[in-house]
Design a protein around this ligand. Structure first.
Ligand code: ADP
Ligand code: MG
Length: 512
């Protein structure tokens, strides 16, 4: 067994050693684009948009069980297939939306976009998923297992920075850790390679190629829809550069709020999406792929115009990553239904999962092992059981309550659950789910954030990326790959783990 599992990790640093390591990390991260736009508290308002700073990152890779890492990577293509199937099952998604839409206007509005396009008929059958399945390690009496936190179907971020983080830790392992007075641990670090940036770009490339040449005689392009004021812009840039260098694919960034200003739908039966370059509107492109790094939360839809913009994208001929249906497949409600067995037989494969996968197949059994207990908060028997837990000051302590939202900062943990439920009319409780909190084995690390080192207990969350391109009408899967990983680490006192939301930091795995 490696020395990094024997209680001496990470090594205790002398002050001068820490200073040196911090300086190396600060310079390496800026030199290699492991960076974010600085928070206003540090940068002022940076009106010129010229500043970049190191993304928060651990000084050492975190120990991660090799068997768990390999299993998470091995099942990703099965997860891709499952979510491609869910995206194609409109009837199932109708049921899911019905469950939550009364108490959730955002989901209702998304559904409405789908219904409007369905009415006139979709022109594009291809759909692209750049997914990320997130896990924590759970320790039971006999073994370590990965348990799924959530499955992301829209704007799965950090694939760009993640490749750089693996390279940073490899650099440190090769050139810096051997210089530490406590250096024994560094000689046998098992640091796997991580091609997340290239892997995600390959997914976008597959969709771009499948779209084919413009029938209108324009050059084709990929359009990244972004949030204004995005601080995590370099993560997105890494994907863009990996894609544009893979055989000169034109890639453009357009704020979600400017869709209707700079794109139009061609007046043809095929409804091509036309993008006029803002800097030179006589240069016109046909958009082959729309990649949403925005549009996943209500904040991106301040007006009815924003919903019209989403409708314009959805009804166009561009391949959407994701479509509205694929975005909705990522609802926490879907994850809950897949994981909740029928009351009568808690050992059986949940019928929702059995709809999509053979209950006896080995693949199904492997996915099932990644599920943890998740309950509805409705009036079904398991919903009533969950309501009793969620409203009890002791019962709630092992749970997190989640709405149908993405992007961090939306969940309620432990004691906050009964308080929150008091503020919500009971008839809207079913737009939330209740999930058992996964408690991974204790670890320690040092986090460099905004120039300061935070040292102590940490919790790690592994994400595995997957890319999938399929045909919504025939069901044919044209591309299905596992696409690298993300390790995010947060202080063990923090409930939320999002790097962009300011709670977590970038990390990489040292396999043990
Ligand atoms: P979001 O869509 O906002 O990212 P998540 O479901 O990923 O929502 O939850 C946000 C964070 O909360 C996770 O990254 C994780 O740190 C923590 N979390 C969520 N669910 C659990 C759970 N069941 N056990 C432990 N931590 C959790
Ligand atoms: Mg998450």
């Amino acid at each position: 067994m490696s020395s990094i599992t024997q209680g001496s990790y990470p090594p205790v640093l002398q002050d001068a050693e820490r200073e040196r390591l911090v300086q190396v990390v600060k310079d390496w991260t800026v030199a290699h684009g492991l960076t974010v736009r600085p928070p206003p508290a540090i940068a002022g308002n940076d009106a010129e948009g010229i500043l970049a700073t190191s993304a928060p990152v651990t000084l050492f890779p975190s120990p991660f069980p090799k068997s768990c890492f390999e299993e998470a990577k091995a099942i990703q293509t099965t997860y891709n297939d499952l979510y491609a199937l869910i995206s194609q099952d409109e009837e199932f998604l109708t049921e899911m939306v019905k469950e939550v839409a009364d108490g959730d206007e955002f989901i209702a509005n998304l559904w409405n976009v789908h219904l409007r396009v369905k009415k006139e008929g979709y022109v594009q059958n291809l759909a692209l998923g750049l997914f990320r399945s997130d896990y924590m390690v759970h320790q039971d009496e006999s073994s370590l297992q990965i348990k799924q936190v959530e499955f992301n179907t829209i704007a799965s971020s950090f694939g760009g920075l993640s490749t750089q983080t693996s390279l940073l830790h490899k650099h440190l392992a090769q050139h810096e850790y051997p210089l530490l007075s406590f250096s024994a641990f560094a000689t046998n670090l098992d640091l796997p390679s991580n091609d997340s940036a290239a892997g995600l770009a390959a997914g976008l490339r597959a969709a771009f190629d499948a779209y084919g040449p413009s029938t209108l005689g324009h050059p084709t392009c990929v359009l990244f829809l972004t949030q204004s004021g995005e601080r995590n812009v370099f993560d997105q840039r890494h994907l863009e550069y990996a894609l544009s260098s893979s055989g000169s694919v034109p890639v453009f960034r357009l704020p979600f709020s400017e869709i209707l200003t700079h794109t139009t739908i061609a007046p043809t039966a095929q409804r091509q999406l036309i993008y006029a370059l803002p800097s030179n509107p006589s240069l016109v492109f046909e958009v082959a792929v729309v990649y949403l790094r925005a549009g996943y939360g209500p904040g991106d839809y301040p007006t009815q115009q924003a919903w019209e913009a989403r409708y314009q994208i959805e009804r166009s001929n561009a391949v959407c990553c994701p479509t509205v249906l694929t975005q909705l497949a990522g609802m926490k409600k879907v994850q809950q239904v897949l994981a909740t067995p029928e009351e009568s037989n808690t050992n059986s494969v949940p019928s929702a999962l059995a709809k999509f996968m053979s209950p006896t197949s080995e693949k199904t059994q492997r996915l099932l092992k990644t599920f943890t207990n998740i309950y509805p908060l409705d009036t079904s028997p398991s919903g009533l059981h969950a309501r009793a837990l969620a409203t009890s000051p002791t019962g709630c302590q092992k749970y997190v309550m989640k709405p149908q939202r993405e992007g961090g900062g939306n969940n309620f943990y432990r004691s906050a659950i009964p308080e929150q439920l008091k503020t919500i009319p009971e008839e809207h409780w079913n737009s939330f789910i209740l999930m058992e909190i996964i408690e991974p084995p204790a670890l320690a690390n040092s986090i460099l954030r905004n120039g300061a080192v935070e040292q102590g207990g940490v919790i790690c969350e592994l994400g595995v990326y997957g890319t999938c391109l399929w045909d919504q009408s025939s069901g044919e899967v044209k591309f299905n790959e596992e696409a690298g990983y993300l390790l995010r680490t947060k202080g063990d006192k923090s409930e939320e783990g999002g790097v962009a939301a300011g709670y977590g930091c970038m990390d990489s795995v040292a396999l043990v």
